[in-house]
Design a protein around this ligand. Structure first.
Ligand code: PEP
Length: 249
C-alpha cells in the first residue's frame, strides 16, 4: 500500500517572530514552481504559529508541539486544542522525548491528549522511542510496545487510521548519530505489526510512521526508501529554509 510521505520540521524552542518571517520569505521563494509530492509541515512554538497562519504558505501543515487535554480551565501556562484550531493547526506533536524527559509527560497524559485531539478532529503525531541504555539492553521493542499500547488505550480504529507515529530513538535526537536506515525500518515495521495486532492489518497499513533522529537532506532518501517509513520528524535540519526544502524529496 502506498502512503503519502509526511515531513514535519520540529522547531522546538527556536526562532522569534522575525526569524520565522525570514524563514517563510526564503522558503516561499525557494518552493515556487516546485512540484512537491509529500505532505509537509512545521511544528513551531505557540507564539510563532500565528506568523505561519498569516503567511499561509502553500500547503504547509500547521503543527503544534503540545496541547492540553482539557477543553479549558485553570491550567496556567497550557494551551487548549480549540485555541490551536482557531489558528488552523491540524496536527499536534504528542509525547516528544523532550517532553517526556523534562516535563513529566507520561503515557497516561499522552493517552488523554490523543483522545482529546481525535475528538476535536485534529491529528496527533505520536512520538515513541527508546533511550541509549534501553537500546544497548535490547529493550527497544518492549519500550515502544508499552508506549504505543498505553497511548492508544481506548482509541477507536477509525481514528487510528489517521494517526502519525514518529519513531525517534532518543540517542539519535540532536546528536548527529542516526539509526541506520535498515535499523529504523526494522523498528517501524515492528510498530506497524504491533498496530495490526492491536487493531487489524488494514488499519496498520494506513498509519503513517515517520523516523526521526538527525535526519538531514543528505540522508533522508535512505530512510524514505524503506517500505515502512512514511516520512520524517526533523529538528535541526528544518530550521533553515534551504535545508527544510531539501527534506521534501
Ligand atoms: C526532533 O526534534 O524530533 C529531532 C529528531 O531532532 P533532530 O533532527 O535535530 O535530531
Amino acid at each position: 500500500m502506498s502512503r503519502k510521505h509526511i515531513i514535519i520540521g520540529n522547531w522546538k524552542m527556536y526562532k522569534n517572530m522575525e526569524e520565522t518571517q525570514t524563514f517563510i520569505n526564503q522558503f516561499s521563494k525557494l518552493i515556487k514552481g516546485k512540484d512537491i509530492k509529500c505532505d509537509y509541515g512545521i511544528a513551531a512554538s505557540f507564539t510563532n504559529l500565528p506568523v505561519l497562519k498569516l503567511n499561509q504558505v502553500n500547503k504547509l501543515i500547521m503543527v503544534a508541539q503540545n496541547c492540553h487535554y482539557e477543553p479549558e480551565g485553570a491550567f496556567t501556562g497550557e494551551v487548549a486544542i480549540k485555541m490551536l484550531k482557531d489558528i488552523n493547526v491540524s496536527h499536534v506533536v504528542i509525547g516528544h522525548s523532550e517532553r517526556r524527559m523534562y516535563f513529566n509527560e507520561t503515557n497516561e497524559t499522552i493517552n488523554k491528549k490523543l483522545h482529546a485531539l481525535f475528538n476535536a478532529n485534529l491529528i496527533p503525531v505520536l512520538c515513541c522511542g527508546e533511550s541509549d541504555s534501553e537500546y544497548e539492553a535490547k529493550k527497544t521493542n518492549d519500550v515502544i510496545k508499552k508506549q504505543i499500547s498505553l497511548a492508544l488505550t481506548g482509541i477507536k480504529s477509525q481514528h487510528v487510521t489517521k494517526l502519525v507515529i514518529a519513531y525517534e530513538p532518543i540517542w539519535a535526537i540532536g546528536t548527529g548519530k542516526t539509526a541506520s536506515a535498515a535499523e529504523a525500518q526494522t523498528v517501524c515495521k515492528m510498530i506497524r505489526d504491533y498496530i495490526a495486532e492491536l487493531y487489524d492489518k488494514n488499519i496498520a497499513q494506513k498509519v503513517r510512521i515517520q523516523y526521526g533522529g538527525s535526519v538531514k537532506p543528505e540522508n533522508i532518501k535512505s530512510f524514505l526508501e524503506q517500505s515502512d517509513i512514511d516520512g520524517a520528524l526533523v529538528g535541526g535540519a528544518s530550521l533553515q529554509a534551504k535545508s527544510f526544502l531539501g527534506l521534501l524529496v
